[in-house]
Design a protein around this ligand. Structure first.
Ligand SMILES: [Zn+2]
Length: 308
């Protein structure tokens, strides 16, 4: 069995204004860092509207489509912009996550990494937010449940920011366990441990500023692995943001590159025990280009090791 890498050149055509942390170079750096690895490389297809409509109303799809400028940028909020290439990029980002679920559940590959942008975990039902347009991971989770008929999935989000969008899109569905760790306090300000969702299927893990990877790994061992074991997911989706890295400019956690390896191994071991190692990992944040590339590389190296 192998590891799939899903990406698309369209994802390089979503351009944010100069100075924005979420930039085209992020994806260039990641793809270069993965160049020599043994991966089953697949072009991310466009999501269908039906895929997106599992998480967003038609009005949101229309809003994004109608905001796309003929040239330049349209600001959707203080952080989130669209450019002429953004619609195709966003459809590829969601479609790559959906296709990765098809490939893993179809037994074509053991696991998959979706290297696309824009990211997705801040996008709420009708609100693009924090560089995100569509909730890529939540859309993929719903696809696994509604299209493939799984009974239970888990999403784990180790991006340094709260996965508020994923939480909003999945918290009403008790089939989905949503685990999200985040530096607190930090933008967007939500993600307190008391936020458990209407079915108690949301697990928020606030991490104190300046805490390190060893602290986070202990939290995951004591809280996340037991939550996985209780939920018994048939597929684990990862919102893989690498902005908890000590070099990242947007936050103040002190994870090393190797901490991302340990975190990845721990999640993969749990997936091996619970769901035959079926994992789909989707890129979220990470804004120091070298740290992002190095962290994504060790993450994908572990996916490959787990697949062989
Ligand atoms: Zn982030």
């Amino acid at each position: 069995m192998t590891t799939a890498l899903l990406s698309h050149t369209d994802c390089l055509s979503h351009v944010n204004p100069p100075g924005a942390p979420e930039q085209v170079a992020r994806l260039h750096y990641i793809l270069r860092a993965l160049e020599d690895l043994d991966l089953h490389r697949v072009d991310a297809p466009m999501a269908t509207d039906a895929d997106l409509l599992r998480c967003h109303p038609q009005s949101h799809l229309d809003h994004i489509r109608n905001s796309i400028p003929a040239d330049g940028y349209t600001a959707l909020d203080a952080d989130t912009s669209v450019s002429p290439g953004s619609l195709n990029a966003a459809y590829r980002a969601a479609g790559g996550a959906v296709k990765a679920v098809d490939m893993v559940l179809g037994g074509e590959v053991q696991n998959a990494f979706v290297a696309t942008r824009p990211p997705g975990h801040h996008a709420e039902q009708t609100t693009p937010m924090g560089f995100c347009l569509f909730g890529n991971v939540a859309i993929a989770a719903k696809h696994a449940l509604d299209h493939h008929g799984l009974s239970r999935v888990a999403v784990v989000d180790f991006d340094v920011h709260h996965g508020n969008g994923t939480q909003a899109l999945l918290q009403d569905d008790p089939r989905a366990l949503v685990v999200t760790s985040q530096q607190m306090p930090l933008w967007p300000g939500t993600g307190e441990a008391s936020e458990r969702g209407p079915h108690g299927t949301v697990l928020n893990l606030p991490l104190p500023p300046a805490s390190d990877g060893a602290h986070a790994i202990e939290v995951y061992k004591s809280k996340v692995l037991p939550a996985f074991a209780k939920h018994q997911p048939e597929l684990i989706l990862i919102s893989a943001g690498f902005d908890a890295h000590q070099d990242d400019p947007l936050a103040n956690l002190n994870w090393s590159t190797e901490d991302f390896r340990t975190m990845t191994k721990m999640i993969l071991q749990s997936a091996q025990n619970l769901c035959k190692g079926r994992v789909v990992s989707v890129l979220e944040g990470g804004y120091d280009l070298d740290a992002l590339a190095a962290s994504a590389r060790v993450h994908v190296q572990e996916l490959i090791k787990a697949a062989t």
